[in-house]
Design a protein around this ligand. Sequence first.
Ligand code: FES
Length: 582
Amino acid sequence: MAQSFTPAPWPRKLRSQEWYGGNSRDTIYHRGWLKNQGYPHDLFDGRPIIGIMNTWSELTPCNGHLRELAEKVKAGIWEAGGFPVEVPVFSASENTFRPSAMMFRNLAALSIEETLRGQPIDGCVLMVGCDKTTPSLLMAAASCDVPSIVVTGGPMLNGSFRGERVGSGTHLWKFSEAVKAGEMTQDDFLEAEQSMSRSTGTCNTMGTASTMASMAEALGMALSGNAAIPAVDSRRRVMAQMSGRRIVQMVKDDLKPSDIMTKEAFENAIRTNGAIGGSTNAVVHLLAIAGRMGVDLTLDDWDRCGRDVKTIVNLMPSGAYLMEEFFYAGGLPVVIKRLGESGQLHKEALTVSGQTIWDEVASVRNWNEDVIRPADRALTDQGGIAVLRGNLAPKGAVLKPSAASAHLLTHRGRAVVFEDIDDYKARINDEALDIDETCVMVLKNCGPKGYPGMAEVGNMGLPPKVLRKGVTDMVRISDARMSGTAYGTVVLHTAPEAAAGGPLAVVQSGDMIELDVPNRRLHLDISEAELTARLAAWTPRHEIATSGYAYLHQTHVEGADTGADLDFLKGCRGNAVGRDSH
Ligand code: FES
């Protein structure tokens, strides 16, 4: 066991006893009402009450099997002497929520934090899967600091279309570009639709869902091996049951997120993200989770820790395989072991198991060296997220080198500017658009405040007349995010964003832009005086919402460079009910 953690004495009085302990009028009120579900009296004897925080929703199809999986979690909790209560929580579906699921990550985190604090819950199982569900529940758990364990729903089975391995999202983008280029018919595209989603579960690429499942495991917040087990594999159900057993002991030991999610754990997660070729979305999510935990994590930590990490996991969108094959090869524990062997892991970091992360992975084996490559056959030697700075991104921007084209990593080109996503949609297919493959596409007003919600539109499709030449990549710059399933030489999260008056807001078509990834530079080639004059004359393109959640979001959301959380939600408020927590 890691030396920094000493289990609390057991038995002791848990917080749920403030509702259910004793025989006062209030206790009888709380206990009596719960008994209407048929619970015997002896279950209220002080045993840990475990909230199964379930993001199941039929409109979050990636999590559509979590009701069934929760039954296995419950079985584990009963077996270990706990008392499970399943609690449906806000479920931000990536593929349906408008204007963007990201706009609701913070709202979900807020509502779940208050649910955890305001209810008689001693510990919780975070049942997550789809992109935003994992960070939102981790943010809530961090702010409350109650013992918590993550159970993800697991990825879908491999997609397959006419003998070709088909990855969620990745092939949606590929096929749609092929249709635009005249290389695929619309009928074939329709036929491919069902082949992309063969089973329940999350996207089967190393997209954001798989990345965040991997981040949860690398942070130590999920049992080792959790991330890659396919949704329909019987071992996913075993994992759920084992996690149910484990959370009961975590409550007895008082093993909390603050014991696990330390700065070292975040550095382990950043390096793991580089090794798996993970999503750029992990940047904003980990910054936000760290912000809730009170851990001082910055964009510079991403560049510092990830810079020399080799991408060894050969999964789409950076590579060739899918999550099913990653699981068969040994999954994330093999990757973490490799980081440990190369001196890139804080081996003593504690996990939910009560063991160190190194203890968990030291004896695992790699069963397929084409899926999890040896270091000398890495997909890329610098697999981390590149953090760019310059007069176009004073507070930073990110790019994923492993998903970019090598020949574009150093590039100077003429800007073709789209003022917002509607402007882009209105003009991108226009044959008269003055653009070729040497240009730099610039998209504004798609950041956290601007879209609103920082939509995944940064990998904007190329103009058809460029695609028809067989060109598949161009430099693109925006303040938006990009789907973790997407690829390309795409500069994202540019901060400050255009809607907040960042320099991106004043780029004009015809300006020259220099991208220099090796030197981490993003430069708008105009004089300082010209830039200052343009910024002084700038006015916002869009009005801020005046009511509803959109108002709360737009008036309080922070920049992507610090995680795009709401400013008043940062920090750990603990689980005590009282004035300080509200
Ligand atoms: Fe839900 Fe990909 S859209 S996991």
